[in-house]
Design a binder for this molecule. Structure first.
Ligand code: NAD
Length: 467
């Protein structure tokens, strides 16, 4: 069993004298590894290392930084098998899924290398006698805090653009799934990343996470996790007047119009809520269905749900608290008066839950308003397009929304009116690299992924020259 220390300044040590958290495979007693319980002093050491490494790293040519990021992508791919095994062991993901997420992590590094030499500023016409231009500059030390549902992928999606833009980074991964982020830092060092440019401090929310946000040398924070934690971090960031990217929860509305390819829509609706056992912020968990097809569509969903095999299609809930939370919503659904279509129970005591669908749901029920973060879908009928849009937007969240239709004009009309950061039309993908990703409303602000993420890891300087 491996015992991990933090990764600070290109190295790690794990002395007996320190306290460690034991990481076990979800729903089992199988110990995966131990990770060090970090504190404010550890965070301080990591931030100092990142601060010291910053001047040299930011002054490298973008192409030189890019070459190292390419080598990191190669390093991830060279160890893809072991990384995927470790990711599955800690998070409970099935064996088919982790390799896809590991490849996704490598793809983030590839993507930002491709943008290495894209102009990072613009010439501004000030008229005769003056030249104006902008430069996009890195912040310095960036703090990254990640959750447990896609640990390596979420770490890579913040680290890659932050490093490409010339920042140095300190990551605090989830206390439940830290191992692959620590391995990524080792791989990055072996790929030639200078010591101190990427550091990882493990531990819990208040021992390690909060001190990272509070540290005076951390100039920007990228947080992925719950609304509760996002709000707490937001207060600290406001006091410190530092920029923040918040990637928080969701309750994605997935709208099926009567003119859709209904077989594809039923299949897509299942994927949208069941992938990763529903432990995805961008899941499509509120299915809005045209009233005239509602009953037949619910039958189609019941049928399609039979293809979902818990334990194969998806794994267990990653934490016991999450398992208990999802089960508690089955009681809430009963209190709400919803009709169970399928599922509604645990498969076994290994934290596996049946794919669960409720019909007879109204948008004011708790199961329609709160993020459950499990394999639970609620089906709500709508009468016309305006009603569908109103229901979709009647949510505290605004991360992802879906539209199923064969009417092109309707696609654009509805997409324009939905309050959500991502709109998926006739599919519900997860884990893309190229498009900007982030929320409206309580789902957060700022964007990860895509070229736009680079803007969130830099600030703009305007230079005016009298000629
Ligand atoms: P969480 O908020 O409990 O924890 C996330 C991370 O933040 C962990 O590393 C934790 O230690 C740390 N943390 C928690 N409170 C903190 C605080 N006050 N100060 C500093 N650090 C703190 O979330 P979780 O249970 O790990 O993840 C599930 C949540 O994450 C869900 O709500 C889900 O929707 C959200 N999520 C969002 C996205 C996205 O991209 N929008 C992606 C995945 C998960």
């Amino acid at each position: 069993m491996k015992r991990y220390g933090h990764w600070i300044n290109g190295t790690s040590s794990a002395p007996e004298t320190r306290e460690y958290l034991t990481s076990t495979s979800p729903g089992t007693d199988t110990v995966v590894c131990e990770i060090m319980l970090g504190d404010e002093t550890d965070v301080g050491a990591a931030v100092t290392a990142a601060q010291d490494a910053f001047p040299e790293w930011r002054n490298r040519k973008p192409g030189e930084r890019g070459r190292i990021l390419s080598a990191i992508a190669d390093g991830i791919r060279a160890e893809a098998g072991q990384l995927a095994e470790l990711e599955s062991a800690e998070s409970g993901k099935p064996a088919w899924q982790s390799p896809i997420e590991v490849e996704g992590a490598a793809a983030f590094f590839d993507f930002y290398v491709g943008l290495a030499n894209v102009p990072a500023g613009e010439f501004i016409d000030m008229g005769p006698g003056r030249h104006g231009y902008t430069v996009r500059e890195p912040y310095g030390v960036v703090g990254v805090i990640t959750p447990w549902n896609a640990p390596l992928n979420q770490a890579a999606r913040a680290i890659a653009p932050a490093l490409m833009a010339g920042n140095t980074v300190v990551v605090k991964p989830s206390e439940f799934t830290s191992a692959t982020t620590l391995e990524l830092a080792r791989i990055a060092t072996e790929a030639g990343l200078p010591d101190g440019v990427l550091n990882v401090v493990t531990g819990n929310a208040y021992g390690a996470g909060r001190p990272l946000v509070q540290h005076s040398a951390v100039r920007k924070v990228a947080f992925t996790g719950s609304v509760r934690a996002g709000r707490e971090i937001g207060h600290i960031a406001a006091d410190r007047i530092i920029p923040l990217t918040l990637e928080l929860g969701g309750k994605g509305a997935n709208i099926v119009f009567a003119d859709a390819d209904l077989a594809a829509a039923a299949q897509g609706a299942i994927t949208a809520f069941a992938v990763n056992a529903g432990q995805i912020c961008s899941a499509g968990t509120r299915l809005l269905v045209a009233a005239e097809i509602h009953d037949n569509f619910v039958d189609a969903l019941r049928e399609a749900a039979k293809q979902v095999v818990p334990g194969q299609t998806y794994g267990p809930q990653t934490t016991h608290a999450q398992f208990a939370k999802v089960l508690s919503y089955f009681d809430v659904a009963e209190e709400d008066g919803a009709t169970l279509v399928t599922g509604g129970a645990a498969v076994d005591d290994g934290w596996l839950i049946q794919p669960t669908i409720y019909a007879g749901v109204t948008n004011d029920m708790r199961i329609a308003r709160e993020e459950i973060f499990g394999p639970v879908l609620v089906v709500i009928p709508f009468t016309n397009e305006d009603h569908a849009i109103a229901l979709a937007n009647d949510s505290d969240y605004g991360l992802s929304a879906g539209i199923w239709t064969t009417d092109v004009a309707r696609t654009h009309r509805v997409a324009a009116q939905l309050d959500a950061g991502q709109i998926y039309v006739n599919e519900w993908p997860a884990g893309l690299v190229e498009g900007p990703f982030g929320g409206y409303k309580n789902s957060g602000y700022g964007r990860e992924k895509g070229a736009e993420a680079l803007h969130h890891y830099t600030h703009t300087k305007f230079v005016l020259v009298k000629l």
